[in-house]
Design a protein around this ligand. Sequence first.
Ligand SMILES: Nc1nc2c(c(=O)[nH]1)N(C=O)[C@@H](CNc1ccc(C(=O)N[C@@H](CCC(=O)O)C(=O)O)cc1)CN2
Ligand SMILES: Nc1nc2c(ncn2[C@@H]2O[C@H](COP(=O)(O)OP(=O)(O)OP(=O)(O)O)[C@@H](O)[C@H]2O)c(=O)[nH]1
Ligand SMILES: [Mg+2]
Length: 447
Amino acid sequence: MEQTIVAPATPNGTSALAVIRVSGNESRTILQKMLGVKNAIPRTANLAEMRHPESGKLLDSLVYIFYQSPHSYTGEDSLELFPHGNPLIVRNILQAMCSIQNVRIAYPGEYTKRAFLNGKMDLVQAESVAEVIHSQTLAGVENAHKLLSGKFSSDIHALAHQLKNLYASIELDVDFVEEEADPDVSGWKERFDEIQNRIQNLIAHFKNSGTLNRNPRVVFYGAPNAGKSSLLNALLKENRVLVSNIPGTTRDFIEATLHLSSGDVTLIDTAGIADIPQNELDKRSMEQSESAIESADLSICLVDITSVQTEESQKLLAKARAKKSWIIYSKKDLKENFSETNSADEIFLSAKTGEGLENFCKKLEATLFPQGESSDEYWITSERECAALKEASAGIDRIQILLRENPAAELIAFEMRQVTNALASIIGEISSEDVLQTIFSGFCIGK
Ligand SMILES: Nc1nc2c(c(=O)[nH]1)N(C=O)[C@@H](CNc1ccc(C(=O)N[C@@H](CCC(=O)O)C(=O)O)cc1)CN2
Ligand SMILES: Nc1nc2c(ncn2[C@@H]2O[C@H](COP(=O)(O)OP(=O)(O)OP(=O)(O)O)[C@@H](O)[C@H]2O)c(=O)[nH]1
Ligand SMILES: [Mg+2]
């Protein structure tokens, strides 16, 4: 960390402005030699001409901000430069700064790594920084913000604290009993159970970031000709898929993105499911439909309102209710006085007239992007953190066995240290250079 690091914080390309980050002791040298600034006021934006430290050649006229250690992202003296967004200018400035001794280009993730090493954030928060940047959905961003703000970290601290208290009271029990008799372990089991429950609860909140970062998937299924493709087109307001009155028009399943105000949804139109497939192709496309239904976050069964009473429709409806699918009665325009007395999850609409579409979208939105109580719940998305939780859980399991079979205080104490270490590794109180290398090398340059 003796070296000063420089890197672009914006992508390599033409833009209105670019951002360059500098962190380390030479930030002040750069201020003096390149910007001609002796006493920069920290955290204030100023305009200056930036010049090459040796030739004095103008590099750009730009805005800069100086951050004084320890009040910066990394905790070191730092500098942010906002030149014009020409990649040639950015490269020129970086090269010119690197001509100063002890200044070099940063490794990926090095700013955040320094922030971690300087105690500005723990390892969970450092990992969540990458998540904030790379999340592909608003739900993913929101979750990453929760992790960044330290919600998960403070749960880990609370657990570690609970374990420490338990350790202290076990030591006390053991001291008290001395050599006269075995300590009374009856009360310990429950306290370990409680810790185990909390760890298990955290493990249950693991979701790989792939699932959190893809749009919710909604699949339409139903009998051939039910109007699935027509509904997809009506929602997208374009003729995206082929529609016809020939049953079996859709063969492959088709995905399209529907933009709702709270987020995007992937709609999947499938081949109609008939009672008995007519041929091999039929059979294969129906199998595809079934697997699309299984992979969906929400499945919606369409039933042509004019054929509700048929045996085939009734079979499909029974299946839909068993699967907890939503049910849409389509082509409402063909049967105006249909009794709408079914369950709340049953919807009536017409792709032809557009009736019911707006309500349907509202319902989709409310279900897929629930608003309101911005809960404290979060998902853990790091495999590393999840593995450490499992390690802690396995340690508690071993303690429970000891309590049943051989409650020797020193054995229990040994296992408790393993659990404590596993928890400490999550937030990085214990970490190896290897682990840090793995984490931060996956970051962008400049982050
Ligand atoms: N210009 C700029 N925008 C940015 C960042 C940045 O580094 N620079 N960030 C980079 O991720 C994010 C904001 N996060 C930041 C976190 C800490 C500090 C910081 O200077 N912390 C000091 C002072 C805190 C204070 O005065 O409130 C500190 O923690 O001591 C800056 C940005 C997003 N936007
Ligand atoms: N009157 C009316 N006709 C509709 C409506 N929706 C679809 N149709 C007609 O129903 C027929 C079948 O529509 P599709 O959207 O192709 O049905 P599908 O469910 O995709 O059928 P497959 O792809 O064969 O499984 C077409 O002739 C559509 O014009 C509607 O809301 N009202
Ligand atoms: Mg179709």
